[in-house]
Design a protein around this ligand. Structure first.
Ligand SMILES: C[S@@+](CC[C@H](N)C(=O)[O-])C[C@H]1O[C@@H](n2cnc3c(N)ncnc32)[C@H](O)[C@@H]1O
Length: 394
């Protein structure tokens, strides 16, 4: 039997009912935009389903076979070359290059299989994933996130964007830090949140996608990760474009450069950030700080995201943001705003931008940085990310 995620089930029930009610004229004031909202809700549920535990587990477990299928298609394309061109390819060593791709996916499979096995054990799941779609693209992205967050290879990429953020935290007295509650929504594989906790802050990492969560759990668990650089992946093997040499395509990256663990000052909350509530910390409720890194532009509704950041902060709390405005929800995003508009919304919600030490206008400044970059590739994608510190008034 196909297994369906809860949002799909909910919508499978609600959507036809709502349409029926509309048809019967039960909602007097229903407008076209209400219908549109229902359709968006359905898309949102589908989207959430895409990042569900079942979908992620199935994808990690299916990575070896999906990668084999892809390689079979590449071999087939090669086989359609003319005899003369095949000879050129043979002299170049192209068939051996395809064999190397198989070896690389075998290496990656050791990690993806271990992630799937850990997920089955920790969530008490057997192979109950038959209704979910496997997505090799998201698994490949997660492999690159191991490199971005937890390898020596991407130290420079991390330093560039972490430094302005961590410098804000470093200004706070060491004795005060353990009493400061920090939230990092959309934490990905959690490195920034972990770094903040290592400075002594009481840090909550939050993530919605089980592609990220399962990979992060693989690092956090002492059954799968016990020492630095004990795992190896070949994260660039799946992309032959922009590579100077065959060796650089198949190079191995060891990880993690340090071993993260959950602790009394570092926890992970696995759910939609919009469902979180302010921690009860008398006399004032809420986080002292919320830090968003490459996060706010993944919002379906950026206005709701900014409002929620504001709600979760205690009076006097700070919001640190660094990231671009790549509206990744595509047509599902309610609005896609410019930087000026985002800052307008934040100020309208109540935030006061901190101008101290900022060289840009209206309290933000630009940081050039990359994201899951391959340092040896023949292309470079530089984000002109914006960094700001904004305060909720006391
Ligand atoms: C572009 S990634 C950035 C990850 C990480 N901050 C980094 O810089 O590597 C955005 C992350 O936000 C997560 N995300 C998006 N919407 C979320 C939500 N409503 N609640 C929690 N996480 C969310 C995504 O799953 C994704 O891992």
């Amino acid at each position: 039997m196909a297994v369906t995620s809860w949002p799909d089930l909910l919508l499978a029930c609600l959507f036809p009912l709502a349409l029926l009610a509309l048809g019967c004229g039960l909602f007097q004031s229903t407008t076209l935009s209400d219908v549109h909202d229902l359709v968006s809700l359905k898309s949102l549920a589908k989207k959430t389903g895409l990042f569900s535990l079942e979908s992620a587990l199935k994808s990690y477990a299916s990575y070896p076979s999906l990668a084999r299928n892809e390689l079979a298609r590449m071999r087939k394309s090669y086989s359609t070359l003319s005899r003369a061109h095949k000879r050129v390819g043979y002299n170049l060593g192209y068939p051996r290059k395809l064999d190397k791709l198989q070896s690389a996916t075998d290496v990656n499979s050791i990690v993806t299989n271990a992630i799937a096995d850990l997920a089955k054990a920790e969530f008490d799941l057997e192979n109950s994933t038959s209704g979910s779609d496997a997505n090799i693209g998201r698994v490949r992205e997660s492999l690159k996130h191991f490199v971005r967050d937890w390898s020596e290879e991407c130290r420079e990429e991390r330093d560039r964007m972490f430094k302005p953020i961590l410098d804000v935290f470093r200004k706070i007295d060491v004795e005060e830090r353990s009493g400061h509650k920090v939230l990092v929504p959309g934490c990905g594989l959690g490195r920034l949140a972990w770094e903040i906790s290592e400075l002594g802050f009481d840090t909550t990492a939050n993530e919605l996608s089980y592609f990220m969560i399962l990979a992060f759990r693989f690092l956090l668990s002492s059954t799968t990760t016990t020492s630095s650089n004990e795992h190896t992946i070949r994260p660039y093997a799946h992309w032959f474009s922009h590579q100077r040499t065959v060796d650089s395509v198949f190079r191995s990256i060891p990880f993690p450069d340090v071993v993260p663990r959950l602790s009394s000052r570092f926890n992970l909350v696995e759910r939609d950030f919009l469902t979180l509530s302010a921690p009860p910390t008398p006399p004032l409720h809420g986080y002292h700080n919320i830090t968003t890194l490459f996060f706010i532009d993944t919002s379906l509704n950026i206005i709701e995201t900014i409002e929620h950041i504001y709600t979760l902060l205690r009076p006097g709390g700070t919001w640190i943001n660094l990231g671009p405005l790549l509206w990744s929800a595509g047509a599902q995003a309610k609005v896609e705003l410019s930087l000026g508009e985002v800052i307008d919304v934040a100020e309208a919600v109540g935030f006061i931008f901190d101008h101290e030490g900022m060289d840009g206008t209206r309290g933000s400044r630009t940081v050039d940085c990359e994201y899951t970059a391959d340092s040896k590739a023949m292309m470079q994608w530089i984000y002109k990310a914006e960094f700001w510190v904004a305060k909720k008034p006391k």
